[in-house]
Write a protein of this length. Structure first.
Ligand code: ADP
Ligand code: MG
Length: 714
């Protein structure tokens, strides 16, 4: 609830209190940080003829016929008058303020300011009014459109029911006049402000709320955007600094081991893969714990890179047990993916005398087995955990259960995390070994995140981007299909199915903040479309569905059925499991393609990228308006290109849920500016380097604490 301080300060009424609470404004400081969404130039609307409903206006003119009335709705007393200028007249209304009519004289010259309301007939609600001795030269009493002189800017604030932009303007004017500003303490070090010519906090607060000109307003906004990213970066860099002090296992001869691994692969690594691997090997060759994020499209070859690193780790004995090996944990987001990685690792490591385990909620497996040396066998969880704890199982692959409390490793050297963005430092510390060492961490994602966003949200990780595909990969043929062309598409789809291939049909997810509503909508469209296809274009084929309302076990079962080709066509929402490799699927049909972000479309297309057959993507759209975007989708070389495109065109909220990122609008805006993000990161790093606990910057420390709570990171 709103603090009494603010309430008393402004003597506000209950409805405004509620509105402020809704906007999460509790203190004077919160008010100061409630920034305008834009600025308007009063001069643009200083004639009656030029009034625009829903905007604020300042008018000069003469008052006509002021009178007290009863409002016809609430029967409460109110004041009314007309304001006339050279271009026309507009009604002024003051609700619940009958005395105003008595205070203004018929024919008085006035300046009024307020919000333009109404539909068929416009009026100005509760305007402020002041008497003027003359009308400004070239003002609204002259010809329409004449330019006025004192073209002041005024701030327009995000409103909430019960509280207007004007209220904020006045509240802030009041605050800024008082001694409050002298109490504001700078969060950004002085040198940094000077270096990037950013205004200091007190100046910036005035400029952001009451700018004299656009340059000042912009300069202030830039400062606050920088501040937001800087505060986050400082927190991340501090986290990083702490991590850098943590000791981990030194993987000696990492490079030689990895080469041994890559030399037996049936292909050679791409330059990008080699660079990524080199960075990883260098990291794990040092006694400090690695923290690295590897970003790359589905199929760009991340798993192979991770496997090479894993190989180097399992070839390395722990110091005190020269005949044993260090261990690797590999965490996948779904059971199916865990199973797929298990199979790949069995192949990758088949010539080595190491044991590989699989742990998911539906059971445990081990390879090689004592009975059949070429196949994995099912074993009990107790048995598996015993072998993990005594270090006999060198590589353990699994879902989230991998990091549950009862899984104890003997010497865990490396943790690989696939598609789990939220693997936090706390989780990592749970993996600290008995010998006090923490494992190296390699995090991987196929979600194309623009560099600025990655640097901000994962600022505590080093970043490697794989932006090329292995050679010889067939490019997915992408077609944008409008209203016509559907028949042709279904014919092509049936041809593929008849040739023994499989397909996905994706139905749009509607952007909707209420998740319950959203799934209801999704489910309906997926189910309806599947039912339609079964009786129409895809009659005779097995069509099944996958959507967010299904239980995890049902989803897993459906993916299994798809892998086993028990299903020809899967109709699904965009939440189809990431990265699942159904190499027989060659067609993806995306309904309502214009509703998806480009990066998201690209990810969907990634579902059919693994096939050795030629694959096809059909982007169905009913609107031609977004065709330019869809053309970018057809042509794009990789997901990052499209993510950057999205960031510029649709804003970061599209890429990454706002609530997830915890950034304000200004912070989001900052993400479109790589230079700014890099500068904030560089400065944060320097600061933390010189003063790890930020002794000299108590305000920054406090700001970080608030940010951390908002961003839910440790
Ligand atoms: P990701 O994990 O990034 O989705 P994977 O590592 O699973 O990609 O690789 C996808 C496929 O491409 C695998 O079958 C893998 O063997 C193959 N592959 C990886 N790197 C190369 C390469 N440099 N040349 C040829 N094929 C490769
Ligand atoms: Mg992968």
């Amino acid at each position: 609830m709103l603090s009494d301080a603010v309430a008393n300060h402004f003597r506000i009424i209950e409805i405004q209190k509620l509105a402020l609470a809704r906007l999460n404004i509790k203190t004077i400081q919160d008010l100061l940080y409630h920034f305008p969404i834009r600025y308007e130039r009063a001069g643009d609307q200083k004639t009656v003829a030029g009034l625009v409903v829903g905007t604020d206006a300042v008018l000069y003119g003469t008052i006509h016929n002021p009178q007290t009335k009863k409002s016809w709705k609430s029967k409460r007393p109110m004041s009314e008058a007309w304001l006339k200028d050279g271009t026309g007249r507009v009604k002024l209304m003051w609700f619940n303020q009958p005395y105003i009519a008595k205070m203004i004289a018929d024919g008085a010259l006035v300046k009024i300011s307020g919000r333009v309301e109404g539909d068929t007939s416009k009026y100005i609600a509760n305007p402020e009014i002041e008497g003027v001795s003359e009308l400004p030269i070239g003002g609204s009493d002259t010809v329409f459109g004449a330019q006025r002189e004192n073209d002041e800017l005024f701030a327009v604030y995000p409103e909430s029911r019960g509280i207007t932009s004007r209220w904020f303007r006045h509240a802030l004017a009041k605050i800024l006049k008082e001694e409050v500003l002298s109490l504001c303490v700078e969060t950004i070090p002085h040198e940094v402000l000077t270096k990037y010519t950013l205004p200091k906090i007190t100046t910036a607060l005035v400029w952001v709320h009451q700018p004299k000109n656009e340059r000042d307003a912009l300069s202030a906004r830039k400062r606050f955007a920088f501040e937001e990213i800087f505060v986050i970066q400082t927190a991340k860099q501090q986290l990083r600094k702490k991590l850098d002090l943590e000791k981990s296992y030194t993987i000696t001869d990492a490079k030689a081991h990895a080469e041994e691994f890559t030399s037996i692969l049936p292909f050679s690594l791409t330059q990008g893969q080699q660079n990524a691997l080199d960075s990883i090997l260098e990291d794990i060759g040092s006694p400090h714990a690695m923290s690295r994020l590897l970003e790359g499209d589905v199929g760009s070859g991340k798993t192979v890179v991770a496997a090479a690193a894993a190989y180097a780790v399992v070839k390395t004995p722990p110091k005190e047990r020269p005949s044993a090996t260090l261990q690797v944990g590999y965490m996948a987001p779904t059971e199916i993916l865990a199973e797929q990685h298990f199979q790949s690792f069995i192949q990758y490591f088949s010539h080595l005398p190491v044991q590989i385990g699989l742990i998911t909620s539906s059971g445990c497996k081990k390879y090689p087995s004592k009975v059949t040396t070429h196949e994995p066998t099912k074993i009990s969880k107790t048995q598996l955990l015993k072998w993990v704890a005594n270090g006999e199982i060198a590589v353990l692959i699994g879902t989230h259960s991998l990091i549950s409390k009862n899984v104890q490793f003997r010497n865990l050297g490396l943790v690989i995390i696939d598609e789990q963005h939220r693997f936090g430092t706390n989780q990592r510390h749970l993996l600290t070994q008995k010998d006090g060492l923490i494992p190296h961490l390699l995090s991987m994602t196929a979600t194309p995140i623009p560099r600025t966003l990655a640097l901000t949200l994962y600022g505590d990780l080093d970043l490697t981007v794989l932006d090329e595909m292995p050679p010889g990969r067939k490019k997915v043929i992408t077609n944008v299909v409008g209203k016509t062309g559907r028949e042709e598409m279904y014919t092509a789809l049936r041809n593929e199915l008849d040739a023994g291939r499989q397909a996905y049909v994706i139905c749009p997810r509607i952007d909707e903040p209420d998740p319950r509503k959203m799934t209801a909508l999704q489910t309906k469209s997926v189910k309806a479309e599947a039912a339609r296809l079964r009786t129409k274009e895809l009659r005779g084929y097995t069509v099944d569905v996958l959507h967010g309302q299904m239980k995890p076990s049902e989803k897993e079962e459906m993916m299994r059925a798809l892998l086993a080709h028990e299903v020809d066509v899967l109709v699904a929402t965009s939440v189809v499991e990431v990265g699942v490799n159904v190499s027989n699927a060659t067609v993806i049909v995306i309904e309502g393609a214009e509703r998806f972000g480009l990066a998201q479309l690209h990810q969907l297309r990634g579902r059919v990228v693994r096939s050795t057959h030629q694959s096809y993507c059909y982007a169905l759209t009913s609107s031609g308006a977004s065709s330019k975007r869809l053309q970018a989708f057809v042509k794009a070389k990789n997901g990052f290109e499209l993510a950057e495109h999205d960031l510029k065109i649709r804003g970061p909220g599209e890429l990454y849920g706002r609530s997830q990122s915890g950034l304000t609008d200004l912070g989001m805006e900052a993400l479109t500016n790589l230079k700014m993000v890099e500068a904030a990161r560089t400065e944060a790093r320097k600061l933390v380097e010189n003063d790890p606990t930020l002794q000299a910057f108590p305000t920054l420390r406090k700001a970080m604490q608030t940010r951390k709570e908002k961003l839910h990171f440790e």
